[in-house]
Design a protein around this ligand. Sequence first.
Ligand SMILES: Cc1cc2nc3c(=O)[nH]c(=O)nc-3n(C[C@H](O)[C@H](O)[C@H](O)COP(=O)(O)OP(=O)(O)OC[C@H]3O[C@@H](n4cnc5c(N)ncnc54)[C@H](O)[C@@H]3O)c2cc1C
Ligand code: FES
Length: 262
Amino acid sequence: MNANPYLPVKVKVLEVGKQTENVATLKIESQGLNPAPGQFVEVSIPKVGECPVSISDFGSDFLELTVRKVGRVTGALNALRAGDSLFVRGPYGNGFPLENFDRRHVVMVLGGIGLAPVKGIINRYYLNGGVNRLDLLVGFRTPQEIIFRAELARWREKFNVVVAVEQDDPGWPGRVGLVSDLVKEISVEREAAAVVVGPPLMIKAAAEELSGRGVAKENIWVSLERRMSCGIGKCGHCRINDRYVCLDGPVFNYRQAEGLVD
Ligand SMILES: Cc1cc2nc3c(=O)[nH]c(=O)nc-3n(C[C@H](O)[C@H](O)[C@H](O)COP(=O)(O)OP(=O)(O)OC[C@H]3O[C@@H](n4cnc5c(N)ncnc54)[C@H](O)[C@@H]3O)c2cc1C
Ligand code: FES
């Protein structure tokens, strides 16, 4: 651990995978950073800036970050190539309480880049098992924005995977509509747990639908995004009421989060 918590470590980009025109997956050296699923790192590029990014997967010697280009830092991250360097500090936040999903029916409702924080967890369930049943309901605005296409196809071998897009497209053979509406179409077992990640409106709609279907709010886990600066509970940027999203979250159960989602 660095004595100065703001001091990042320099890491190399090992591989870059282009997901869509605006989303890239960077596999980077882990340099001893040892995350838990659902945690995030603060990523920086000198003379550009710093921003929080979820860890979309990790192994003993790598971290994977999946970044959507929306501005300066995420744009610069999308322009990186294998062999380039960047700086990271963390990992921060609490991550998902995986013990709550053991041997249960788990419903995941994920919107867009919201698939990133849980991709590693789904891969682990795909490879090693651990849940009784997994329904993966995933939504994107358009077919062009679908990320992790190869993984979604692979996960279909073992799980119920439904992908919906909001805007119809002549070449799209799949579902059109809001991902939160897909919850209405699945059976939900007693004692089911759920994971919901995406934009605030989607989180609210999906969590309310799940709660209406009998999933206890304590068993619905959401990951919140907030504008952050320090990432370590010092600056107050991410504070909502008495909660610091960077420290107390970003993962909250919906009982805790229902008043925190805009
Ligand atoms: C805990 C946490 C985890 C995150 N994980 C990921 C991740 O895995 N992948 C990823 O791509 N992003 C993730 N984000 C969002 C990411 O941090 C922001 O997109 C980033 O801070 C934008 O910085 P920028 O310098 O590129 O854009 P800026 O130049 O700061 O902003 C450019 C424009 O983008 C808008 N903008 C800023 N933040 C967001 C946002 N979150 N969503 C939509 N528009 C935004 C601004 O309002 C502005 O209009 C995460 C955020 C948090 C808090
Ligand atoms: S980002 Fe500074 S307190 Fe959370």
